[in-house]
Ligand binder design. Structure first.
Ligand code: ZN
Length: 239
């Protein structure tokens, strides 16, 4: 697969644009939560043909970037990428350095960490650990509440997933939860769990699946939309 990177000017701002040539029959353009433009095009397409396509769809691109940028700003995506802050349980915290050696200390909107602490994957995992335990406890209490839907021997595992928040293996009785869900509020987490539980009855997202989900969680559409705000956490380089 060939991949080409360029910068595109949209209303005075430069955006990364990646063009990948694939064995497909038509061109597809997407904007991700990091405001990167991804274009997949057929192998025979030349760069100028792609640029032509971007030009023809510039209005769509402008509107989409504008929409995404609102969420991008609201969710402190830049700060998260620069490791200046973190989302935990639906709350955003700024990292602040302290003079003591306490591993971490929450205070209002700040998370105090020792001066020499490097904010890397290992450290973030340490921060998240107690929250994984909380999610596990939540799952165990749900198992009792929804015992008529989920088999008693269902187990929960955490994974770093790049395209989805959770999955349900209804044949093996395993529910996989995206590790990034430590960042969302409890009610959204509950929505993800119930969504996965319903898969034990209906494997696909058909009308019956939605009806069942709605009967268990009447405001699920609101929560589903709110979860989309956190989509940037699924992108490469974010944690
Ligand atoms: Zn599903």
């Amino acid at each position: 697969m060939e991949k080409n990177a360029l910068k595109i000017d949209i209303e005075g701002n430069l955006y990364d644009c990646f063009i990948s040539k694939k064995k497909i029959s038509r061109i597809i353009m997407k904007v991700n939560a990091l405001l990167q433009i991804n274009i997949s095009c057929p192998l025979i397409f030349s760069q100028s043909k792609c640029l032509d396509f971007i030009d023809k769809n510039s209005e769509w691109l402008k509107t989409t970037i504008k929409e995404r940028r609102e969420i991008y700003n609201k969710m402190h995506v830049v700060e998260c990428l620069e490791r200046k802050g973190i989302w935990l349980k639906g709350k955003y915290y700024n990292f602040q350095y302290s003079n003591n050696n306490i591993l971490y200390l929450f205070d209002k909107n700040n998370l105090y960490i020792p001066k020499k602490q490097i904010i890397d994957k290992t450290f973030i995992e340490k921060l998240r650990k107690p929250f994984y335990n909380e999610i596990e406890n939540m799952f165990n209490s749900f198992k009792t509440i929804y015992s008529n839907i989920i088999p008693n021997d269902t187990i929960l595992t955490f994974k770093r997933l790049k395209t989805k928040w959770g999955s349900c293996n209804y044949k093996k009785n395993i529910i996989v939860i995206n590790k990034a869900l430590v960042s969302v509020p409890d009610e959204i987490l509950q929505f993800v769990f119930i969504h996965e539980f319903v898969h034990f009855i209906f494997p696909n997202h058909g009308i019956k699946f939605k009806e069942k989900l709605n009967s268990l969680l009447p405001n699920y559409k609101v929560l589903e939309k709110e979860l989309k705000n956190y989509n940037f956490l699924l992108e490469k380089g974010v944690f």
